[in-house]
Design a protein around this ligand. Structure first.
Ligand code: SF4
Length: 348
C-alpha cells in the first residue's frame, strides 16, 4: 500500500510544471526537455522572443514594421506576440498587417477572414494586395493554364515580390515574417538536397535583404504542426518538400531534438569566401531587385502573358536572362528542380 502510494505521488509530482511547481505540465519542450504548464510556456516563449529582439537590436523606436500575415498559425502568433511585446516593453513601433491574396478559392479567401479578425483584435491596420491587381493573374487562373506541376514556383516568386511591394506601399522600415521550426528544418534540408548554397546560407538568418528595398526579419519558434488548425493549400503538390517533411518527422520520432539540430546546423553553416555569390542589381523591366536582366517575377509573368508558361522555369540556358529556354522539352533532371520548389509561404 505504501509502495503504491509513493508511486502515485511520484507520478503526480512528475506531472507538475518544473518551472512553477504548481500547475500540471502539459508539454515537454524539445529545446530544454522541460515539462511545463501552459501558462509557463506562454511566459518563456514571449520572454525568449523579447530577448532575441533586444540582443539582436532588431528594432528602433519609431520604426514602421509590417507583419506578413497569411491567417495561418505562424503569422497569427507573430501578430499577437509582436503587438503584445510592443505594448509591454514600449518598443515604440508602428505595426501593420500585410496580407497577400494569391487568388486561391476556398483557401486564401478563408484565411484572409482570420487576418481581418486579427486586424480588429490587435487594432493593427491591414493592407491586402492581390496577385490579380499586381500581376493580372490569380493562382486559380495560373493553375488553369499550367496545371499543378510548377504552380508553387509562380506563387512563391510572386508572393515574395508582392510582400516587398506591399511593404513599400506602407512605407515600412522592416517586414517581419513568422515560421515554425518544422518548416525551417525542412527548408534547410531542401536547400542542402538542391545544393542551393545561397539560400542555405540565409534560410536561418534572422535578417535578410539588408541590401534590398526592405530588410526582412524572420522569426521562428518551435510549434508542432497542428494539422487541425491549418488548411492545406489545394494547389500544394510539393512532393519533394513532402518527402523531406516525412523524413524529418521520422528522425524526430527517434530523436526529439532532431528538428532543432537541423536548424542549428543551418545556423552554423558558413559560406566559403571562394564561393561566388550572385551580384544584386535591379530588374530592367520593373525595377525590383534582381541579379539578372529581368527579375524572376517578370520572366514568369512574360511567359504567362505570351501563353508560354514554362519560360523561366528550370536551369536551361537561353532567353532574356540567359537562364531559360522557350518551351523546350527538358530532361528529367531539369524538371526535378521545378518540383523541388518549396511553398512560397516561407519566402526566403
Ligand atoms: Fe502557393 Fe503555397 Fe499553394 Fe504552392 S502550396 S500554390 S506556394 S500557397
Amino acid at each position: 500500500m505504501e509502495a503504491s502510494e509513493a508511486k502515485s505521488k511520484k507520478q503526480g509530482a512528475s506531472r507538475l510544471c518544473c518551472l512553477c511547481n504548481q500547475r500540471r505540465a502539459v508539454l515537454k519542450r524539445p529545446k530544454t526537455l522541460q515539462q511545463i504548464c501552459k501558462e509557463c510556456f506562454y511566459d518563456v516563449f514571449e520572454e525568449e522572443i523579447h530577448q532575441v529582439i533586444v540582443k539582436n537590436h532588431l528594432f528602433k523606436s519609431g520604426e514602421r514594421v509590417a507583419i506578413g500575415a497569411s491567417g495561418g498559425k505562424d503569422s497569427t502568433v507573430l501578430a499577437y506576440v509582436l503587438s503584445e511585446l510592443n505594448t509591454r516593453h514600449s518598443y515604440g513601433l508602428d505595426l501593420f498587417l500585410l496580407s497577400i491574396d494569391e487568388g486561391i478559392t476556398g483557401y486564401r479567401d478563408d484565411s484572409l477572414e482570420t487576418v481581418k479578425r486579427n486586424e480588429l483584435q490587435y487594432g493593427l491596420p491591414l493592407q491586402i494586395l492581390s496577385y490579380k491587381d499586381l500581376y493580372g493573374w490569380t493562382m486559380d487562373d495560373i493553375v488553369k493554364m499550367i496545371g499543378l506541376k510548377n504552380n508553387c514556383t509562380f506563387c512563391g516568386v510572386f508572393r515574395r515580390q508582392a510582400l516587398d511591394r506591399g511593404a513599400a506601399l506602407l512605407k515600412v522600415d522592416k517586414l517581419v515574417t513568422g515560421h515554425n521550426a518544422d518548416d525551417i528544418a525542412e527548408t534547410v534540408l531542401l536547400n542542402i538536397l538542391r545544393g542551393d548554397i545561397a539560400r542555405l546560407s540565409r534560410c536561418t538568418s534572422i535578417t535578410t535583404g539588408e541590401d534590398g528595398p526592405i530588410p526582412r526579419l524572420h522569426t521562428y519558434a518551435y510549434f508542432k504542426k497542428l494539422d487541425y488548425f491549418s488548411t492545406e493549400c489545394i494547389y500544394s503538390p510539393n512532393a519533394y518538400r513532402g518527402f523531406a517533411r516525412e523524413f524529418i518527422k521520422d528522425l524526430e520520432r527517434l530523436r526529439p531534438r532532431a528538428i532543432l539540430d537541423i536548424i542549428k546546423s543551418g545556423e552554423d553553416f558558413r559560406i566559403a569566401t571562394s564561393t561566388k555569390m550572385p551580384e544584386q542589381g535591379t530588374c530592367e523591366r520593373c525595377g525590383y531587385i534582381s541579379s539578372q536582366k529581368w527579375c524572376k517575377a517578370c520572366v514568369l509573368l512574360d511567359g504567362l502573358n505570351r501563353g508560354l508558361p514554362k519560360m523561366g522555369i528550370g536551369r536551361a540556358r537561353g532567353g532574356v536572362n540567359g537562364d531559360h529556354k522557350m518551351e523546350t522539352k527538358k530532361p528529367a533532371s531539369a524538371t526535378k528542380s521545378i518540383e523541388s520548389k518549396k511553398c512560397g509561404s516561407l519566402d526566403f
